[in-house]
Design a protein around this ligand. Structure first.
Ligand code: AMP
Ligand code: GLY
Length: 420
């Protein structure tokens, strides 16, 4: 069986390593992949957003299944194009991927179907948005979000009216997030611990994976700018069985039912970004794919063949399969280039990966290339080091043992992943 995975980060490496465990011995391809992925799959040099190239490659190479992992190609309709060419693809079609690619769409869906989330209003005119913020009942901080995709950076938590007005003007007048910010959502600020639940769905059945928690801020103690994610743990420390039941009944099932009621068949992974507020769990955001780095600590815990799950989703028979998880906890620590997420230098040689693997950690590559058997940095997030253990503390300890073996010039990581 030939499988092509679209993307080239740590998440894609985690998907590929899990697919490689299958008894069905798949032949794996990845586009564009990266240095580390090239040890586990054949890397094909086209961009993750190149839908035509994906269709051509899949048709010409008789690929049996394409897994579209990142948000951009999903929002461009890569799955629609593959299906049209007769290729089986895992991931939501363009219309369904709006759950992530348009906050205006996802907020309206939640409002219409009573799915708990922050109260909000939509604006495309900055003067109207600013008058709204000046209402006497407006509370601060206020949350200002760009409608469209913005590399996870389209959210501004404004401490006061001045910051909120700057954010509004920056997005609606200054083109801060380009077209993605031509409409904005202003929403109520929620409080409470955050948790991520990824779920498989075939449009009818929804099967949540084990919970996880990302660490989005750049520095220890949740300080500094937002990043793509500096590390994750699974399970979340806050997501109890009781909360899981509430989420199933008030969020997960209602979301699938709402999409179906709107005539949208959503097949793939839904990422539920949750805030466990004093009033109960609420949706912070949906994504239309596996999280990165959540996938690097959730997928290692999966104990069912991932190909079987992907096929069950595509064939709409997810209700027929039993998905098993390992009881062990997992922790993934991201090692980034110094300066990430702002400005950083690439091209440094990485040492110690084999030693980290010898410690028992799995090293997922996010931004690396390989030359003559050596690895070099190519991006902001470079590696994700995952440790597993009987409890979270053991998993965290092991992950950091692996991390301590690895180095390059100006590398950087958070030292408090999973500790809060
Ligand atoms: P998002 O890109 O929508 O996940 O937002 C990034 C981060 O901003 C989230 O992980 C939260 O920490 C924070 N955030 C987003 N929306 C809200 C909100 N309504 N209230 C409080 N924090 C929020
Ligand atoms: N870790 C957050 C995301 O994948 O969007």
């Amino acid at each position: 069986m030939k499988i092509l995975v679209i993307g080239g980060g740590g998440r894609e490496h985690a998907i590929i390593k899990k697919l490689a465990e299958s008894d069905r011995k798949p032949e794996l391809f990845c586009a564009p992949g990266n240095g580390g992925i090239s040890r586990d799959a054949v890397c094909v040099p086209f961009k993750a957003t190149d839908c035509e190239a994906a269709v051509d490659f899949a048709v010409n190479n008789k690929i049996d299944m394409v897994v579209v992992a990142p948000d951009d190609p999903l929002s461009l309709g890569m799955v629609d194009m593959l299906e049209k060419a007769g290729i089986r693809a895992f991931g939501p079609v363009k219309d369904a991927a709006r759950l992530e690619s348009s906050k205006v769409f996802s907020k309206a869906l939640m409002k219409k179907y009573g799915i708990p989330t922050a109260a909000y209003e939509v604006f495309s005119d900055s003067e109207k948005a600013i008058s709204y913020l000046k209402r006497p009942e407006q509370r601060f901080p206020a949350v200002i979000k760009a409608d469209g995709l913005a590399l996870g950076k389209g959210v501004i938590i404004a401490a006061d009216l001045k910051e909120a007005c700057e954010a509004v003007r920056g997005m609606l007048e200054g083109g801060m997030f380009g077209k993605s910010g031509s409409r904005i959502v202003i929403e109520e600020f929620m409080t409470g611990p955050e948790a991520t639940v990824l779920a498989f769905t075939d449009g009818k059945t929804v099967k949540p994976m084990v919970s996880s928690q990302d660490h989005k801020r750049a520095y220890d103690g949740d300080k500094g700018p937002n990043t793509g994610g500096m590390g994750a743990i699974s399970p979340s420390r806050h997501y109890t069985d009781e909360i899981a039941d509430i989420c199933m009944n008030t969020i997960f099932k209602p979301t699938i039912d709402a999409l179906r009621a709107e005539g949208i068949k959503y097949k793939g992974v839904i990422y539920f970004g949750l805030m466990l507020t004093p009033e109960g769990p609420r949706v912070v955001e949906y994504n239309s794919r596996f999280g990165d780095p959540e996938a690097q600590c959730v997928l290692p815990r999966l104990d069912t063949d991932l190909i079987d799950i992907f096929e069950a989703v595509i064939d709409e028979r997810l209700d027929e399969i039993d998905i098993k998880w390992k009881p062990e906890a997992a922790c993934c620590v991201v090692i980034a280039s110094g300066g990430y997420p702002v400005k950083y230098t690439s091209g440094y040689e990485i040492t110690g990966i084999e030693n980290a693997e010898r410690c028992g950690t799995v090293v997922y590559h996010a931004g690396t290339k390989t030359e003559n058997g050596r690895f070099y940095t190519t991006g902001g997030r470079v590696l994700g080091v995952t440790g597993m253990g009987a409890c979270l503390e053991d998993a965290i300890k092991l992950a950091y043992k692996g991390v301590s073996e690895i180095s390059w010039t100006d590398s950087r990581y958070r030292s408090d992943i999973g500790l809060k």
